[in-house]
Design a protein around this ligand. Structure first.
Ligand code: HGY
Ligand code: MN
Ligand code: MN
Length: 506
């Protein structure tokens, strides 16, 4: 099918020619930095760029903390953020509601409500001292694209329902169990999670009830979607890595998402006076924890030094881990946490990721073995708790190709305006070939992992500065926000608008 673009609603042939002439002067290079020029109203910069960026900044100010961004599951700021996102959903012409896990939904039924729906989503929660793009970018670009369709009267002509979901908890910061929202929609959230408590003793159920959301083991299943009613799920997310920036490209698609395990390691020793207990008589959990963190780092830097069976290195496992195995200690607590007291107890988190699930299990087994060996040598007691597991998830190749073509179309929009300034339409794969859209792996977890248990999933990555994320330094350029919105728009046009409509799309 010849890829038809959103026809420009240009005021007159003259201004079209002027615009085309302006475009031809663009230093367009197929590779890379083809930025999107200002002022071409058929690409809706006022909605897909200016308004989208303004909303990212506005949402980025909705925080539970003074001076930095923090928005954890069902916190006051999360509720405010959900309400703000609902107004943007309504502004895009969607009907909205909040489900029993605090997910915020915006949906348009289109022409055929009984057709399988396209779901588009990401998360509204953040880490602590977060950036403004992680999660929010996927929600806002989807709503901007749907707004463009709505203002052009296309929303009610969609051939399938389209629904945006702002998930309530992807990061798992408050309850150490990620994907609370998306796992509930996918029907894979264990009811036991409702009774997990946070550091202040509040349970997941209590946090929802505090916000007047009545949740119980019985009605949790009401959140689950029937796979028969879902066509697929796509997610737009900043890359949170350096690849796209290194390649000089704005957009990429994701092949697979690394599996992850979160552990909590607790070391109990002998609390005592910092000034009177001789070093050789100490059973110091802090020193033990420090040694364990270095063991963890070495294990993940050189797994070949550790993974062996009967003296033989497990070559294939080490090979399958290479390139994706990462381990992190992000949190540490100590009791009683006084400078002149040898701690009685130290706990710390361990985050282990790899594309290969079996290899990750081998690492966890080896780490547990080393933990108990070190604790035995130091005469301290160790407890290893497994707090969260998510298997590696593969994206659907066919859905990813559709997303890749849409991304190419967005990135190569200029490419099909020929020398006479006439817009010609080309086959999707021809356009796709025009603009490289690389295929990447994701070390970061995403709601798409949970949603892959419900339906086929695909992810669009957006270039970010220095690959930095989970930091206020996080940054996605305005043009790349625009490119992401255009890609979603092209994807919607391609998968949910009938061809004759997109051909004559005004
Ligand atoms: O931790 C992650 O990978 C994601 O940002 N929650
Ligand atoms: Mn994140
Ligand atoms: Mn994220």
């Amino acid at each position: 099918m010849a890829y038809a673009y959103l026809q420009c609603q240009l005021p007159s042939p003259l201004s079209f020619l002027l615009s085309a002439l302006f475009l031809l002067l663009l230093p367009f290079s197929s590779s890379a930095d083809a930025g999107f020029s200002e002022g071409i109203n058929c690409l809706h910069p006022e909605i897909l760029k200016d308004e989208a960026v303004a909303r990212l900044v506005e949402l980025g100010k909705v925080s539970d903390a003074e001076g930095y961004l923090e928005r954890v599951f069902q916190s006051p700021a999360s509720v405010r953020a959900g309400n703000l996102i609902r107004t943007w959903m309504e502004d895009a012409g969607l009907k909205t509601w909040v489900d029993r896990m605090g997910n915020v939904h915006g949906r348009s039924e289109g022409l055929n409500p009984s057709e399988k729906a396209l779901l588009i989503g990401s998360h509204l929660d953040t880490v602590v001292d977060a950036g403004i793009f992680d999660g929010a970018l996927g929600i806002i670009t989807a709503l901007s694209a749907l707004k463009v369709l709505n203002i052009n009267g296309m929303l009610e002509k969609l051939k399938r329902p389209v629904e945006v979901i702002a998930f309530s908890d992807e990061e798992g910061v408050r309850f150490q169990s990620t994907f609370l929202g998306s796992a509930a929609v996918a029907g894979v959230l264990p009811v036991s999670v409702l009774h997990v408590h946070d550091k202040s003793g509040v349970t997941v159920q209590g946090a929802l009830r505090k916000n007047s959301i009545e949740i119980s083991e019985e009605n949790l299943l009401e959140v689950k979607y029937d796979p028969e009613t879902v066509w697929g799920y796509i997610e737009v997310h900043m890359e949170q890595g350096p690849v796209l920036e290194t390649l000089g490209l704005p957009l990429g698609v994701v092949k697979g998402i690394a599996g992850q395990t979160r552990l909590k390691v607790t070391v109990k020793g002998q609390q005592g006076h910092a000034g009177t207990v001789p070093m050789k008589m100490r059973r110091d959990p802090m020193a033990a924890a420090a040694e364990l963190m270095v063991v963890l780092e070495n294990l993940c830097k050189q797994p070949e030094d550790y993974l062996a069976y009967d003296g033989q290195c497990l070559e294939s496992t080490v090979q399958s881990l290479s390139g994706s195995l990462v381990c992190t200690v992000g949190e540490i607590w100590t009791w009683p946490s006084a400078s002149n007291v040898i701690p009685g107890q130290v706990s710390f988190t361990v985050d282990i990721r790899a594309m290969d699930d079996l290899g990750r299990e081998a690492i966890i087994y080896e780490l547990s073995r080393k933990i108990h060996q070190v604790c035995g040598e130091r005469s301290v007691v160790c407890l290893v708790e497994r707090k969260h597991d998510a298997k590696a998830a593969a994206c659907d190749p066919e859905l990813s190709l559709k997303l890749k073509s849409a991304a190419a179309a967005a990135g190569g929009r200029w490419g099909v305006i020929d020398d006479n300034g006439k817009e010609e339409s080309r086959a999707v794969d021809e356009v796709a070939a025009a603009v490289p859209v690389p295929v990447l792996m994701s070390g970061a977890g995403h709601d798409a992992m949970a949603m892959s248990k419900l339906t086929k999933v695909a992810m669009l990555f957006v270039r970010c500065r220095g690959g930095v994320s989970h930091s206020p330094e996080e940054h996605v350029s305005e043009d790349d926000v625009w490119a992401a919105g255009l890609a979603v728009l092209a994807f919607l046009e391609n998968t949910t608008l009938s061809p004759h409509l997109s051909n004559n799309y005004e």
